[in-house]
Design a protein around this ligand. Structure first.
Ligand code: HEC
Length: 120
């Protein structure tokens, strides 16, 4: 379990590598969150990452604050570990941009202090 966590942490750190200094990271192409929601299901992302991109035993958490576009699109094209690769042919950038918009649109989790059931 610890090893799995370390491997995952390494993957996340690797995927978050930023653009070289002095070079602005490319912005995501425009996307529509509603369309993205459908594509997230149609392409099977939900099977491992959950319908909300919340993550689970099979896939990492993706929402509500997804990786920067450059890192996310690079990862989806060439994943490092267990995730299957999605080529541009299977999932065009325009579709991935809709998925990105959907992930960004997910609301942040409620603060634990605001959940009555969690109060002593
Ligand atoms: C078969 C399961 C599976 C499917 C389907 C899948 N993923 Fe993943 N994904 C993973 C796993 C597992 C990881 C964690 C790293 C790894 O093992 O590749 C991951 C990692 C990622 C990451 C990197 C997250 C990070 O913080 O480093 C992104 C982004 C991502 N997935 C997006 C997607 C998108 C978008 C789709 C649909 C087009 C998708 N995944 C479909 C299993 C899956």
């Amino acid at each position: 379990m610890l090893i799995a966590a370390l491997v995952l942490a390494g993957t996340v750190a690797g995927a978050q590598t930023q653009a070289p200094a002095g070079q602005a990271a490319p912005a995501a192409p425009p996307g529509n969150a509603e369309t993205g929601k459908k594509l997230f299901v149609a392409n099977g992302c939900y099977q491992c990452h959950g319908y909300e991109g919340q993550g689970g035993s099979a896939g990492a958490r993706l929402a509500p604050r997804p990786l920067p576009w450059a890192a996310l699109s690079r990862y989806v094209r060439r994943p490092a570990n267990q995730m299957p690769p999605y080529t541009e042919k299977v999932l065009p950038d325009a579709d991935l941009a809709h998925i990105y918009a959907y992930l960004q649109s997910r609301p942040a989790a409620a603060a634990p202090a605001s959940i009555p059931l969690l109060q002593p």
